[in-house]
Design a protein around this ligand. Structure first.
Ligand code: C2E
Ligand code: MG
Ligand code: MG
Ligand code: MG
Length: 284
């Protein structure tokens, strides 16, 4: 019967279900190796700008994995894997360490003084001692908390495991770390947490930016969020700004920080340094 065949099929293949034949598991063990060797992982940096002047206002560190066989793997693909397989704490530590080292290098080499925003996974907040880890890195690299910003997604803040999130975030905020809500508007939370938690910035998800200025709904949402944020004394970063039209809409709506391909793609540190050196090298 089909059932019987199915069983045989399973039995026949079960012994082969190891990392040789399971691409997910193979990737997990490759990631473990990458964390040990360190040289396949990189941080890229995407600058944030004033939408009309283009002035530099900050930058986000984005993790990259250059897999020796498979090439660049997107964080959207390997971060969930790291979270499921217990590698996120280590990966998160690597990111914080690397961002602090880079910040320290930039501070000491006359580069623009910008806060580096780091994405923090839920697991880093729930399981690790983020506060101690940050403090250790800051001390090692002689940085101030204001030089490292923390990006958390909405889903982290409304996670049911987040019972003691308030005090933890409050402690970080009181120490001087700025806190941003990433992908704002894509969760399904109430807005109540904005009132309870020490949030400094809202990152408006690119889903609301993509169809600007044509989409009436998106235009209304963006304006409403900007107005609410202003009333609450929060800054807004528009994510995923790709066109001049989107940028112009945001200028008119009073948005003062944009991040997206229109101004800059995420770049390796060395490429960013080359860009920054250009105006100096050419005398203007
Ligand atoms: P995110 O934090 O919302 O980061 C913004 C994402 O949008 C980045 O994707 C960036 O490359 C992309 N992006 C920026 N400008 C534009 C644009 O104009 N158009 C479009 N289409 N995309 C744009 P990326 O680098 O693939 O990262 C995806 C997500 O992976 C991040 O979303 C973040 O949630 C997560 N991630 C990245 N690095 C880390 C990390 O170090 N730790 C943790 N926990 N998560 C990370
Ligand atoms: Mg982010
Ligand atoms: Mg985002
Ligand atoms: Mg995102």
């Amino acid at each position: 019967s089909a059932k019987r065949l199915g069983r045989n099929h399973n039995l026949r293949f079960r012994p082969a279900l190891d990392k040789q034949d399971n691409p997910q598991l193979a990737l997990v063990s490759d990631l473990r190796a990458a964390l040990i060797s360190g040289d396949q992982l990189e941080l890229h940096y995407q600058t944030q700008h004033h939408p009309s002047t283009g002035d530099l206002l900050g930058m986000e560190a984005l993790l990259r994995w250059r897999h020796p066989q498979n090439g660049m793997i997107s964080p959207g693909d390997f971060i969930p894997l790291a979270e499921r397989h217990g590698l996120m704490a280590e990966l998160g530590s690597w990111v914080i360490e690397k961002a602090c080292a880079q910040q320290s290098h930039w501070q000491n080499s006359g580069m623009p003084k910008l806060t580096i925003w780091v994405n923090i996974s839920a697991l880093q907040l729930f399981q690790g001692d983020l506060e101690t880890q940050l403090a250790t890195c800051l001390k090692r690299y002689q940085l101030k908390p204001s030089q490292i910003g923390l990006e958390l997604t909405e889903s982290v803040l409304i996670d049911e495991r987040a019972g003691d999130m308030g005090p933890r975030l409050k402690a970080l905020s009181e120490q001087g770390y700025a806190i941003a809500i990433d992908d704002f508007g894509t969760g399904y939370s109430s807005l109540g947490y904005l009132k309870r938690l020490p949030v400094d910035k809202i990152k408006l998800d690119r889903a609301f930016i993509r169809e600007l200025p044509d989409s009436k709904a998106d235009a209304a949402i963006v304006k409403a969020v900007l107005e609410m944020a202003e009333g609450m004394g929060l800054e807004v970063v528009a994510e995923g700004v790709e066109t001049q039209e989107q940028c112009q809409f945001l200028v008119n709506a009073g948005c003062s920080i944009v991040q997206g391909f229109y101004f800059a793609r995420p770049l390796p540190a060395a490429e960013l340094e080359q860009r920054w050196a250009l105006p100096l090298a050419s005398g203007g």
